[in-house]
Every structure is written in structure tokens, then in C-alpha cells.
Design a protein around this ligand. Sequence first.
Ligand code: GLN
Length: 199
Amino acid sequence: APTIGVLALQGDVREHLRVLRELGVEPVTVRRVAELDACDGLVIPGGESTTMAKLARTFEIFEPLRDRIKQGLPVFGTCAGMILLADRVLDGAAGQETFGGLDVTVRRNAFGRQVDSSERDLELAGLAAPVHAVLIRAPWVEEVGDGVEVLARVADGPAAGRIVAVRQGPLLATSFHPEVGGDSRVHEMFVDLVREASA
Ligand code: GLN
């Protein structure tokens, strides 16, 4: 079975570990390069993207992770994790760094100007029934490159049409938090991506 890690520097690590365990994956926490090296796939949780990037520097895992992503490591980023996968960030903190890999422009705290957090049901490409999406000071994707598949958009309200889930090869990212709310289908999609990549 492939080894799936959860980047455990900051954020909602436990929630991701729980969903992965429910899916029968025995996840590992990742703070050090040796732990990253053992992974066939990695989840970057929600939390605070600037803090996570700084801690990645402190733990000397920033460059190794950036390189692994370039080499094709499957990664699933939720919320702050989506920001950290993005090649370009709008409304970022001064000097905000990302691991990159995903050819998108995200706007940080994009929904935050209207409302700090919200919940809604979204149609997500590849899933038969809508997914319950919890958005907490969430980014949206403002622009996607050619190789990026849009999986979900906000259906209505002031943010109607905004992109909130994308995939590019083995990289998957959501603005929302599938790790909260008891729906494991998006994680299942990711586990399938990891299985495909390591087959
Ligand atoms: N607003 C956070 C950031 O910019 C992301 C919020 C979240 O992950 N729930 O990093």
C-alpha cells in the first residue's frame, strides 16, 4: 500500500489523519525530510499558509518538498494547502512563499471580505452527489493555466462562478475543508491518484 503523509507543521492535521484512517490508509505525519522521503503522497492541511511556509523553512523541508512536487509527488492541499500549492498568490502577506506546482493564481481570504466562514453544497466533477463544503477564511482560484482541470465552482451568491476545486495531474486542491464534515469522497479521489502514480 502507498504511504500517505500529512504535513504536520501547523493546521488541522488530526482531521486529515482521521479521514485517511477511515479510508484504510495508515497515514504518517511529516515534519522532516526523512519522513517526506518515505511518502508516495502528501496532504497539506488547512491552517495558516504563511505560518506553514515559515515553519517549513525552519524544519528545512521547504526546498525538498518543492522539489518532490516538481518531480511529480501527488499532493492534496485544502484551503491553506491550496495556497501553498499555487504558483501565484493575490492578497498574500508580504514576501509570502509557496511550494508551488499548481499553475493557478489564488486569492487569499477571498471570501473573507464578505463573510469569514460559510457552508454550502457543491457539485464536484467526478462525484455523483454534491459535497458539503466548509469554507473558513478560504481562498478561491482566480485563474487557471491550460493543464488545470476545474472540478468545482460556487453555484450562487456573491461568489457565484468562483473556482473552489482544481486538479492538475497528481495535484489536487480545494478551497474548502473536506476533512471536516464527515465526507471522505474527496480524500478517496486523492488516495486513488496516489495509487495510480505509484502503480
Ligand atoms: N486564510 C488562511 C491562509 O491564508 C487559510 C484558511 C484555512 O486554511 N482555513 O492561509
